[in-house]
Design a protein. Structure first.
Length: 163
C-alpha cells in the first residue's frame, strides 16, 4: 500500500470486484445471460459518463477515478478547494436516479439559491419602508437635507440591484 493513499476505496480492482459481486448476489441482483447485469466496471463507466455530461472538469474526473489522463498531475492547476467546489456543483449528475429526477434536483438547487437572493432583497425593501413609516409616524417633516440623504440611500440601493 502507498503512503498517503487518497483513494476512496484503497483496494485492488479484483478485490473490489469480489466484494461487489458477493454483495450483489446477497441482494439477489439481476443476472444476465452470462453474468450480473450490474458490475463494478458498469458503475465506474456510469460515473465517468455522468460526470462528463454533468459538466465536471475532465482533470477532476480523471483525478477522482485515479487515471493518469492525457497529462500528469503537474499540469493540473486546480486547488483542493476548487476541486471540492467543482465536485459539489456537479454532484447531482452522479446520483443514480432517473434522469428527470436529476434535472429536477438541479433546478431545485437553482430555485433555492434564487429564493435566498429575493428574500434578502425583500428584507432590504421592507427596511426602507419601515424607515419611511417611522418618519411619517413621528409626524415630522423631512428637512431638505434628510430628503436628500434618503434619496441617495434609495438610489444607491437601486443601482446595486438591492431593490
Amino acid at each position: 500500500m502507498q503512503k498517503n493513499d487518497q483513494r476512496l476505496f484503497a483496494l485492488s480492482y479484483s478485490s473490489l470486484q469480489g466484494i461487489f459481486s458477493r454483495l450483489y448476489d446477497k441482494v439477489d441482483g439481476e443476472q444476465g445471460k452470462y453474468h450480473a447485469k450490474c458490475t463494478v466496471h458498469a458503475c465506474r463507466k456510469y460515473f465517468r459518463t455522468q460526470a462528463a455530461l454533468g459538466g465536471m472538469h475532465p482533470d477532476l474526473v480523471t483525478g477522482i477515478m485515479r487515471q493518469t489522463g492525457y497529462l500528469d498531475s503537474t499540469y493540473v492547476r486546480m486547488t483542493e478547494e476548487e476541486r471540492q467546489k467543482q465536485f459539489h456543483e456537479h454532484e447531482t449528475a452522479l446520483y443514480i436516479t432517473r434522469a428527470d429526477h436529476r434535472i429536477q434536483t438541479g433546478k431545485l438547487s437553482e430555485l433555492e439559491r434564487r429564493n435566498a437572493e429575493l428574500t434578502a432583497r425583500l428584507a432590504q425593501v421592507e427596511q426602507v419602508q419601515q424607515e419611511k413609516s417611522a418618519i411619517r409616524a413621528a409626524g415630522a417633516e423631512l428637512s431638505p437635507t434628510q430628503m436628500q440623504e434618503l434619496a441617495e440611500k434609495v438610489t444607491s440601493m437601486m443601482t446595486k440591484g438591492k431593490i
